[in-house]
Design a protein around this ligand. Structure first.
Ligand SMILES: Nc1ncnc2c1ncn2[C@@H]1O[C@H](COP(=O)(O)OP(=O)(O)OP(=O)(O)O)[C@@H](O)[C@H]1O
Ligand SMILES: [Mg+2]
Length: 318
């Protein structure tokens, strides 16, 4: 699938996913020796995006199981097509010959009468695909236990049909926001990667990819703003998505700097709880965040030496 950790990192980057060599090495190894990857880390740090970018990079399908409280095996593995089963039984019972009931029973519990869910679909692919089991921390222990068979022997047991073995082994990503601690048997079977918020330089590159028409100095300022906001005590520190939103807002509003007076414009984009809004509305809070953002932005290396630098000077912030 991938040739080396560095090649994995470079290919992910060309698909729009910027990551460090540690994560790229984890993906390279997991893909090479068929291990699932368990991704944990803050909300919006890029866990789900890593799986979809990997699929894009490899040009393979992405099959996704979105987990939620109460999800059952039918949603994940699939279920028999009851109307098709009933139709078959009806046709057989109406036929002129005496129905061969054991044969009919075998027939309607065969693969042809089973509608595959994402897990079964993934292991039935002719060539390996990427399987994303998103937000696994939302499921209960019984569902987690069901996944162990898939993740260790690459097979699924289907009631009345038997065991279906994998035609190809998918590259599996499981993501978790740590709402519940996952069991040790599941953890043992996976490579464990922590996806953190990117450093400021990488964040500037991510925002630049998202808003290519915005100037490089603005990208650096936004990355500095992210760092500054994350260093501030907030209930929901902003993720890359929020910073991409800030960049798009700046582009739409035709501004290349955020001044303290822009507080009310920016708050809906960066403060996502009432508590955080209040914190940022406190006297001098936003002003000091913007001032720190400009300082952090200055520390980010410039993409090209000759570019038109317009980093916010402290005097401009007031
Ligand atoms: N390393 C990255 N490179 C490029 N874009 C990224 C990266 N990480 C995150 N993003 C951007 O941030 C968005 C949010 O990322 P994603 O949905 O993967 O976060 P998450 O960790 O799955 O969050 P949650 O825990 O809320 O599900 C992505 O849609 C993508 O636009
Ligand atoms: Mg996610």
């Amino acid at each position: 699938m991938f040739a080396s950790p560095a090649e994995t990192q470079a290919r992910l980057e060309s698909a729009g996913y910027f990551t460090d060599i540690k994560v790229a090495t984890g993906v390279f190894l997991a893909a090479s020796i068929h291990r699932p990857i368990l991704l944990e880390g803050p909300a919006g740090a890029g866990k789900t995006e890593l799986a979809s970018s990997t699929a894009r990079t490899l040009c393979v399908p992405l099959l996704r199981l979105q987990c939620y409280q109460g999800i059952d095996e039918e949603k994940a593995i699939g279920q028999y097509d009851r109307s098709l089963q009933e139709l078959y039984v009806l046709l057989m019972s109406r036929s002129t010959q005496t129905p061969d009931w054991p044969r009919i029973k075998r027939e309607i519990t065969s693969r042809a009468y089973f509608m595959a869910g994402p897990l079964l679909e993934a292991i039935e692919q002719e060539d390996p695909c990427v399987l994303l089991i998103d937000e696994i921390d939302k499921v209960d222990y019984a569902f987690e236990a069901m996944l162990l068979e898939l993740l260790s022997v690459w097979a699924l047991s289907i009631p009345r049909m038997g065991t279906v073995r994998a035609t190809s082994i998918p590259l599996v990503f499981l993501t978790s926001n740590q709402e519940r601690r996952l069991g040790d048997p599941l953890r043992r079977r996976c490579f464990y990667l922590v996806v953190e918020h990117p450093n400021a330089e990488r964040e500037a590159a991510i925002v630049a990819r998202h808003t290519p028409h915005v100037g490089a100095a603005t990208h650096r300022f936004i990355a500095g703003l992210a760092k500054s906001l994350r260093a501030y005590t907030l209930e929901k520190p902003p993720s890359i998505s929020e910073m991409n939103d800030v960049a798009m807002a700046m582009e739409l509003l035709g501004i290349d700097q955020i001044l303290p007076a822009d507080k009310e414009i920016m708050l809906p984009l960066i403060a996502k709880t009432e508590g955080d809004r209040k914190r940022l509305l406190m006297k001098e809070a936003f002003e000091s965040i913007v001032r720190m953002a400009a300082k952090y932005a200055e520390q980010i290396p410039k993409v090209s030496p000759g570019e038109d630098v317009k980093v916010l000077a402290e005097s401009e912030i007031g």
